[in-house]
Design a protein around this ligand. Sequence first.
Ligand code: ATP
Ligand code: MN
Length: 466
Amino acid sequence: MNKLSVKTARDETSIGQTASVNGWVRTRRDSKAGFSFIEINDGSSQGNIQIVAPGELANYESEIKKLSAGCSITVEGQIKESGGRGQATEIAATKVHVWGWADPEEYPLQKKRHSFEKLRQWAHLRPRTNTFGAVARVRNCICNSIHQFYQEQGFLYVNTPVITASDCEGAGEMFQVTTMNLEQIAKQELEKLNYRFDFFDRPSFLTVSGQLEAETYACALGKVYTFGPTFRAENSNTSRHLAEFWMVEPEVAFAELSDNMDLAEAFLKRIFADALQKCPDDMAFFNERIDESHTLLENMTNIVDSDFVRLPYIEAVEILESCGQKFEYPVSWGTDLQSEHERFLTEEHFKKPVILFDYPRSIKPFYMYCNDDEKTVRAMDVLVPGVGEIIGGSQREHRLDVLTGRMAEQELDIDHYWWYTDLRKYGTVPHAGFGLGLERAVQFVTGMGNIRDVIPFPRTPGNVDF
Ligand code: ATP
Ligand code: MN
């Protein structure tokens, strides 16, 4: 028998087919006329399919009338035009096989709506809800667009290591990787802690970025991107930070900051446009049910169709200083912008995505290209309404003497980065790249307020269940 997904079975073109469909029961209601309506969903689409189960079925009294939310079934029958509203088709069942029961006294996802906080405690079941099913589908769509966009433009996908000995961002918020027995060491004197006996014979960590390694491949292959998990042990319990998140990092040789901005803008527009086009039902759901002002679709369409603002950091500071708005953290030249400042610029002042560039060198990592003013570096951040910073990037410092000067300034061990400085010794070339946090992109596209709700199993301080 023809196996159909709920999505395909919902399509008018399936009318008349005899087929089997699998899924989990969302609701059941019994008609006085002696038959039942069962709604099932299998994750293939936002909508459910309605099953009409006649009383004549052999297991009608013994099983069908006991089905409740969460039960798993396979239905065989004919796809028919539906008389009901909101659906084109339904299935007239000739057989309903029950695979697994879900005790209605215990199953957490009963009809009652649960808060997202509550659903985080059931991270293993929440993908069965409308919201988390939609998030999973849109996240998948974005991942697919990411690969398509870079592949179409001739970038090579390179896999950079998860375990590293370098702190690319210089912020020191790293998770250590060791095979040493910490319990045993704790019982002994501290001198016994000698990294010579550790797996990598030196302190090693989970990576905070694949950038440095991506640079080496860009400086051989021209255009590359890495896309993988990154880890930051920042103890910030915000709605925009995870300890484990996914980052897309393109790196391009023979390129400078303006090329980097062009790439970032085209890239974001592409993933937004694809989500609108390929996930229309899920996007309509987010617009109706998640975005309080119901303007998600409109805003997203506008962003795809208009230019991002490009603004030097110094002009952003001037706007913030003179705007009359009260901020928790004061702004002046040389300070790092806080989320409240970034959001004011993109949400209130410009009301569209903003690319800020040329930041003070004192607040940025060693690898960014130093401008001639000796005060700023060619850094750029892309800010979007609702989320704030979604991309951080820069043109890289390709001049050996300037780079080593900056490393000394930031008290980095130059020997440790010998391979990174080698790139500047042999055939150095201007190059640039950036990092997009995948979860921030998913947050932006779906309008979901908390980053914990756009990754299947969020890792935040104290949370490592599942
Ligand atoms: P923020 O200032 O928001 O903490 P950052 O400046 O430390 O971010 P970058 O080092 O520029 O971040 O990383 C590039 C991108 O990775 C960011 O623009 C953001 O989209 C994403 N990102 C960074 N840290 C996190 C995190 N802890 N959780 C999720 N995404 C993150
Ligand atoms: Mn940044």
